[in-house]
Design a binder for this molecule. Structure first.
Ligand SMILES: Cc1cc2nc3c(=O)[nH]c(=O)nc-3n(C[C@H](O)[C@H](O)[C@H](O)COP(=O)(O)OP(=O)(O)OC[C@H]3O[C@@H](n4cnc5c(N)ncnc54)[C@H](O)[C@@H]3O)c2cc1C
Ligand code: FES
Length: 298
């Protein structure tokens, strides 16, 4: 196990803003790192303390704050199944100071995580009903946790559809799991904005997949017993949610994950608020009725 994030400073020697006294803070080890695309890597992380690991209960859609001492801290969605407790998976895109630093790390490095934070996709309340999950781009990362949860309890749900859109085939995430998801009787459809050599799937917007599904005479299956989970860039929320509403879903059964810039992740810094609503506390998952009542949320 390597404890070396910040040369010259022993890990967590200086208590980072009181985190070590915080019940939600855990030292953790990066146990594996897998490159997924040119910019995203999958990190498997294990909470060091066995009791804390077993006690790390989270729900699909929640996030953690990951801290690399001396470098920074940022929110990341938990991408693994809740049944894995304190063995969590994160998929992180290298965009800036912290995430580029993380992209250079290898297994064995110690980090800090705090959480879990935020609201969740209420998959328990969807038991016995159909679920349609629509993810665009990096939205498949928070989406993977409810997908895994639904897979583990497949017989308790009705029809499950996953629609996933990416810019290019080379940017698709979790491609190695797509065949397994289909084996669990999940109707997975993947679409890309722009084709690349070797791609034989559809090209276009994710709304085209949804429109095709609705046009297949299956519209009658949508109704009060269908739930939707939508994750991705805010620009996709309104067109998709409008189509879902038009198809008969109720606003209270459509859930979106609104990811605003966050700093503290725990309601203290006022960086993430939309009016009086804090996306770190009251979100990131909201039902669509609440989203429409949040001014300029989408
Ligand atoms: C609830 C939540 C869950 C998230 N989950 C994931 C995840 O699973 N995987 C993942 O890769 N990222 C996720 N993010 C985004 C992630 O937190 C940021 O990419 C990270 O904070 C960037 O830190 P940095 O120090 O590398 O970038 P910085 O050096 O701080 O910034 C680099 C560039 O990225 C931009 N940027 C930074 N943060 C964000 C942001 N939140 N949204 C848009 N642009 C941003 C900055 O404007 C700047 O241009 C999530 C964000 C939230 C709020
Ligand atoms: S991120 Fe600080 S208040 Fe929400």
């Amino acid at each position: 196990m390597v404890e070396l994030i910040n040369p010259g400073m022993s890990l967590f020697a200086k208590k980072p803003r009181g985190r070590e006294e915080d019940d939600l803070f855990h030292k953790a080890e990066i146990t594996n790192v897998y490159p997924m695309t040119a910019t995203e890597k999958l990190y498997q992380i294990q909470i060091i303390d066995p009791a804390a690991r077993r006690g790390f209960l989270f729900k699909p859609g929640q996030f953690i704050m990951l801290e690399a001492p001396g470098i920074g801290e940022a929110p990341f969605s938990i991408s693994s199944a809740p049944s894995r407790l304190g063995n969590i998976e994160l998929c992180i895109r290298a965009v800036g100071v912290l995430t580029r630093f993380l992209s250079r790390l290898e297994r064995g490095v110690m980090i800090g995580i705090s959480g879990p934070f935020g609201t969740c996709f209420p998959v328990e309340e969807m038991v016995g009903e159909d679920v349609i999950l629509l993810a665009g781009g990096l939205g498949i990362v928070p989406m993977r946790s409810p997908i895994m949860s639904l897979l583990e309890n497949r017989s308790r749900y009705g029809r499950i559809d996953v629609m996933y859109g990416a810019r290019r085939p080379s940017e698709l995430l979790f491609g190695y799991q797509h065949a397994m998801w289909r084996q669990f009787d999940i109707g997975l459809k993947v679409i890309v904005d722009r084709s690349e050599p070797g791609w034989t799937g559809p090209v276009g917007m994710i709304t085209a997949l949804l429109a095709k599904r609705l046009a297949q005479g299956e519209r009658s299956r949508f109704g009060n017993a269908t739930n939707a989970i939508v994750c991705g860039p805010p620009v996709m929320f309104k067109p998709i949610c409008d189509m879902l509403l038009e198809a008969g879903l109720s606003m209270e059964k459509i859930f979106v994950s609104l990811e605003r810039r966050m700093h503290c992740g725990r309601g203290k810094c006022c960086r993430c608020n939309i009016g009086s609503t804090y996306t770190c506390l009251d979100g990131p998952v909201f039902d669509y009725w609440s989203v429409l009542n949040l001014k300029e949320a989408i």
